[in-house]
Design a binder for this molecule. Structure first.
Ligand code: C5P
Length: 399
């Protein structure tokens, strides 16, 4: 593997692990990668710019306000130059600043100004890493589409033992290589995600607890694997993964309409949304008053989006459904696979705490007519990656 013609900005922040950076740069240079180093003020307390200049063969940038440095390669030029920005080690401070959208030094400014993917390799004391604020910031960065590389566990410079060590230089180089090796798939993938809302009157609706996290994680994984992704999202408060084309809908009927319009131009359809099965038969024009002691809302069945896409006679995509079950998972999942004439179904047992609805992790079993595969408990991002890889494998076999 060569990284010839690949341009990487390596951002170094203040942390003892900065001593590993010359090795990262050297190994990237071995692969013919063009590396430009950006250091924060804190980084320079741990390692000298001269060392990084010597190993990278390029001037090191460290100031937003230095006219001489700006004249050689300004911050916007540097942000545009990069094919990938890697921040290693990334301190808790820089992670918080990037999440807040701050731009008060050269590195954070580049992060805002670049359209290149950004990879964050955290390194800090295990307690700082585990802190709720750091975890929240990292989760937000991941949702924005940034890669989070590591950290590793083990003994720390401060004497603590735990999660927070910078990945080893070769692991970081391997991730850079994998990033550039990711195939550009000539695949269009359509995904539904989140709940739907079924209006009762102008201020009330019927819905469910779906957070949309699994569907958004699948969209992000599919995009990172090189697919073109369209995400039909019900009402959720999640950030659109980088590069994903998002269509917002509210009700099952809206979602159905968009899915039927877009399915024929997509190779794979993954129905991850928790679509309301019924909707009020009539939506009151005015807010319903609480005059009576009881109230009856008459409901009618919503269209089955997945079954209708799967029944398309022309340009039918490869169809993957989800089955959230509380018992007899395999029986019910296989029943849906057959009834909706699907190519695959991903089933999970939502009665187990910490899995499925509104949780950050999940475990799935994939069923297809001739087989099955367990994807064990993992965070939704990791699980989504494994799921999309399996779906693409089966899609390719079906061609
Ligand atoms: O029949 P059930 O709702 O359990 O099936 C779940 C699967 O069907 C999920 O993939 C879900 O996204 C999809 N579905 C749909 N439209 C509906 C109901 C479910 O696309 N109206």
């Amino acid at each position: 593997m060569t990284l010839a013609n690949k341009k990487v900005v390596l951002g170094i922040t203040g942390g003892i692990a900065a001593y590993k950076c010359p090795e990262i740069v050297r190994r990237l240079k071995d692969l013919q990668c063009d590396v430009r180093v950006v250091m924060t003020a804190g980084a320079k307390e741990f390692i000298t710019p001269l060392t990084l200049q010597a190993v990278s063969g390029n001037p090191v940038s460290d100031s937003l306000l230095d006219p001489a440095a700006e004249a050689s390669m300004g911050h916007i030029e540097l942000a545009k130059w990069a094919d990938l920005v890697v921040i290693a080690p990334a301190s808790a401070d820089v992670i918080a600043k990037i999440n807040a959208g701050m731009a008060n030094d050269l590195l954070t400014t580049i992060c805002l100004a670049t359209s290149a993917p950004i990879a964050i390799a955290p390194a800090m004391n295990q307690q700082m890493y585990a802190a709720k604020a750091t975890q929240r910031n990292l989760a937000c960065l991941e949702q924005m589409g940034m890669y989070i590389w590591g950290p590793a566990s083990g003994e720390q410079a401060c004497g603590d033992v735990g999660k927070g060590r910078l990945l080893e230089p070769m692991e970081i180089v391997e991730r850079v290589t994998n990033h550039f090796a990711a195939p550009s798939l000539d695949l269009n993938i359509l995904i539904t995600a989140g709940p739907t809302r079924e209006a009762i009157d102008p201020v009330r609706y019927i819905s469910n607890h779906s957070s949309g996290k699994m569907g958004f994680a699948i969209a992000q994984a599919a995009k990172q694997l090189g697919a073109n992704v369209t995400l039909i999202a019900g009402p959720v408060s999640l950030t659109t993964p980088n590069g994903v084309n998002r269509l917002d809908v509210v009700s099952a009927s809206d979602m159905h309409k968009q899915a039927i319009i877009h399915a024929p131009t997509h190779d794979i359809f993954i129905a991850c949304a928790a679509v309301a099965d019924y909707r009020p038969a009539a939506i009151s024009d005015q807010k319903i008053k609480k005059n009576d002691d009881d109230m009856v809302v008459s409901m009618i069945k919503n269209p089955d989006i997945l079954a209708d896409v799967s029944a398309l006679e022309e340009q039918r995509p490869f169809c993957v459904g989800f089955a959230a079950e509380t018992q007899d998972v395999e029986t019910y999942a296989r029943g849906k696979l057959q009834r909706k004439k699907l190519d695959m179904i991903a089933a999970n047992n939502v009665s187990i705490a910490g899995q499925g609805f509104n949780s950050d992790s999940n475990a799935l079993t994939l069923y297809w007519p001739q087989g099955k595969l367990d994807l064990p408990l993992a965070d939704k991002q990791e699980l989504a990656k494994q799921l999309v890889v399996e779906i693409i494998k089966h899609y390719n076999q079906a061609q």
